[in-house]
Design a protein. Structure first.
Length: 149
């Protein structure tokens, strides 16, 4: 019996731009009609790039949300291989003016169980097919595990 090849993805940074739009505005992911744009670190090799794409569009199957998300997409845009520099800041307590290490814990979370809550300094995506600017808004970031079949 052949053992599936292992592709190490431990240190890859991937930004998922996942937008579900209809004419009147954003919808919930499960309602479909979504557009996906992946931004993958340019440091990824070809095998890593293909593995990340397959995971995020649901082609890799396995456990977790990605196997389900693929079925909600109407458009899958070509992935972009870019330098990814994230700029976020901790929340500031309005009374003490001290930085707050803020986390959100979802013991039964679908996408993540624990995430850091921050405010973006810059979060802007401008492409020919997908554009938004969420600079200065609240955001979450988390390590996400994928377990394939």
């Amino acid at each position: 019996m052949l053992k599936p090849a292992t592709v190490i993805l431990d240190v890859l940074v991937t930004l998922l731009a996942f937008q579900h739009m209809v004419i009147e505005g954003p919808k919930a992911i499960h309602e479909g009609n979504g557009t996906l744009q992946l931004f993958i670190t340019k440091n990824a090799n070809e095998k890593q790039r293909q593995a990340v794409v397959n995971i995020f569009i649901g082609r890799a199957k396995g456990e977790g949300p990605f196997a389900i998300f693929g079925g909600t997409l109407k458009y899958i845009l070509d992935p972009q291989y870019v330098a990814i520099n994230s700029k976020v800041e901790n929340f500031i307590n309005p009374v003490t003016r001290e930085e707050q290490d803020t986390k959100i814990q979802l013991p039964k979370g679908f996408i993540f169980k624990l995430a850091d809550a921050v405010k973006t300094k810059v979060m802007r995506i401008l492409t020919p097919n997908l554009n938004f600017d969420d600079s200065g808004k609240n955001a979450f970031y988390s390590m996400v595990e994928f377990k394939g079949p």
